[in-house]
Write a new protein. Structure first.
Length: 368
């Protein structure tokens, strides 16, 4: 396969993943088993920027180099990691994906490196960590920027010594794992702020890949639309559907702040509510919020300003309460943008995690 051809792959989410030939869309084998809010579930390489990325992937995948993948939420970082694994000599070995932001600071060491029986209260049996489980294969650490500093030190040692020491043990266990890490935060800024170790940063970025947001690779949008429309037509038991010219123009102009994940959600919604077999602009229910650096009209007004003007015009002052509509919208959008990760939401908004949790509970976005 030449470097600029599309990967004809369907990648499984099983640890002992194999690949199968399908079409020019990179996706999971069973995407219906994955929650929509978790990850982008399809990736294509139609846009010139995506083709450049694909060429770099083809060069890096067969090597043993650690790789740091950077990109916004919903751009397809895990699919990139699975592609790297599938094209490496480790393809027949395990591929495991771990979200570093999904565990508490007290559990992350045990999860990554394992523990011995009696290492802590509740440790009734010994347990291998993710590094041991991925031995011989590839370990994908998502949201690496959320890893606590104490665990960053231990991760650095694992990468340097190629061995792990379980919590409560003294004997090291040799491992052979290729690490692919991903983040949606600026690690250089985190290093400067003292939140991320500089030595670990350089250890991770033996090779670095940047996955551009969807708005910067617009030529990928038509093929992704075609894929998701076909997928949901089959899943919902509907007939073939087309996208009207007006809707297609809208979708090509929209900045997709939630990237591929948002595009899939929009198509899913449109397929559920549409009348007939032609999707219209109103069927997609796109968010009125856009990234702050993307003005939505010639006068330079952002869509947030325009949304506020709509509120003013509708004479709904109750929507302007800081404790009501606007604050709830900000919290809901930020929480979704950060994959329902409270720590990441706190960093995004510049407030503490306790404040985030309090507001999420107040707006019934999480359980008490």
């Amino acid at each position: 396969m030449s470097p600029l051809r599309h990967p004809s792959l369907v990648l499984t989410s099983a640890p002992d993943s194999t690949v199968a030939e399908q079409d020019d869309v990179l996706t999971f084998r069973a995407p219906e088993s994955l929650a929509l809010s978790i990850r982008a579930k399809a990736l294509v390489f139609e846009d010139p920027k995506s083709r450049i990325l694909l060429a770099r992937l083809e060069k890096l995948a067969p090597t043993s180099a650690s790789i740091l993948v950077r990109g916004a939420t919903g751009t397809g970082k895990e699919l990139i990691a699975r592609f790297i694994h599938s094209r490496s000599p480790r393809a027949a070995r395990p591929f495991l994906a771990v979200n570093c932001g999904a565990f508490s600071e007290h559990l992350i060491e045990s999860e990554l490196f394992g523990h011995e029986r009696g290492a802590f209260t509740g440790a009734a049996t010994a347990k291998a960590g993710w590094f041991e489980a991925a031995n011989g294969g590839t370990l994908f650490l998502d949201e690496i920027g959320d890893l606590p500093l104490a665990q960053q030190v231990k991760l650095l040692r694992v990468l340097q010594e190629r061995e792990v020491v379980r919590l409560g043990a003294r004997r090291p266990i040799p491992i052979d794992v290729r690490l692919v890490a991903a983040t949606n935060v600026d690690l250089e800024e985190a290093v400067a702020a003292g939140r991320f170790r500089e030595d670990l940063y350089y250890r991770l970025k033996v090779a670095m890949l940047f996955l551009p947001p969807l708005r910067e690779r617009p030529a990928d949008i038509p093929r992704l639309l075609e894929h998701f429309v076909g997928y949901y037509a089959q899943r919902l038991g509907a007939g073939p559907a087309a996208i009207s010219p007006a809707a297609r123009e809208l979708l090509m102009r929209y900045p997709w702040p939630g990237n591929i994940r948002e595009l899939e959600n929009a198509v899913h919604h449109a397929m559920v509510v549409c009348h007939g077999n032609v999707l219209q602009p109103d069927d997609f229910a796109l968010s009125p919020l856009q990234p702050p650096n993307l003005p939505s009209d010639g006068a330079g007004k952002t869509s947030l300003e325009l949304a506020l003007r709509d509120i003013f015009a509708g004479n709904h002052p109750e929507h302007l309460s800081a404790d009501d509509y606007i604050e709830e919208t900000i919290m809901r959008t930020a929480f979704a943008w950060c994959d329902s990760n409270q720590s990441a939401t706190a960093r995004l908004l510049g407030i503490t995690r306790n404040v985030v949790r309090t507001r999420l509970q107040r707006f019934s976005l999480i359980d008490d």
